[in-house]
Design a protein around this ligand. Sequence first.
Ligand code: MRU
Length: 363
Amino acid sequence: MNVNGHPQRTIWDEDDGWSIGIIDQTRLPHAFETVTLASVDDAARAIKEMLVRGAPLIGATAAYGVCLALREDSSDAALKQAYDVLIETRPTAVNLRWALDEMITALQQLPLDRRIEAAYRRAGEIADEDVTICSAIGDHGLPLIQAAYKNKKSTAPVNVLTHCNAGWLATVDWGTALAPIYKAHDAGIPVHVWVDETRPRNQGAALTAGELGQHGVEHTVIVDNAGGHLMQHGQVDLCITGTDRTTASGDVCNKIGTYLKALAAHDNSVPFYVALPGPTIDWTLEDGVAEIPIEERDPAEVTWIGGRTEKGTDEAVLISPKDSRAANYAFDVTPARLVTGLITERGVCAASRDGLGALYPEK
Ligand code: MRU
């Protein structure tokens, strides 16, 4: 997608032919800064400290992290060490494990002197495939927005509610939940997006609003608790969110608060779609609530809030009594029964084992 009119991906090969460039997403929306990753530890830190985030981008960054590790040492021991360091960075998004497994499969049988080149090739493919997949998610989701527009029988915009950031910043390009929105906007359908701010890290307010604005898509930032009210008053035509891990039975794990939006959508007969690439499906799991590991992050992310002051400085302020305890659950699980459909690169299906099985028969 474009940043200030220039095409930009979230991760790229630097001109030196080996180091990796990323956008420091912790600095958005107020500053656009890039960072160069030069070691596996740089890659692990970028994932853990959320300079990069979003399930597909975490996977691509981990793949490049393996490349950076092998440059220093291409032995089996170093490959395993890189896997172990990277897999520990974040627990919920399954694309991380998927990408690392892809790298191991591509590399472990090769002689040491062929590993580095093969690693960069496979990491590049993972990144390129993500762009193709996300574009296809957009193509398959577009008819849902077209249908909602037709249903309105007026020229008023289609109102889509989304949570967190599942746009191009969470992937290599295009995004998952936002890809159909970009395609609809580009096709001339008037779309307006309700953007959940998405506490505690505010990926909605900071990232989703920023990227929709860059693309010229109408949007309004709302507090996380506003969605139910808007749905009760007919102001949401459909919800589309992303997911960090989807079970084989169609349960979806996404940023904390997604489940409450799905409940409100169900109560108000608002269609609730979830967009995902194939690598976000964890075919080993059935029951998302019982089985998906939920990341718990630093409570300070709840008690402190950061932003830019009128003077232009970036500051954080404490918003609760300094001695109050806080808990920071980063994700929740929306059961398949609350999901109207899954938008994948292979089409839209029911959130069920049969629905996913029909699209991914090889699994
Ligand atoms: O904690 P984050 O920012 O890595 O959260 C991931 C997300 O961006 C969302 O949960 C998203 O909706 C799914 S990933 C496309």
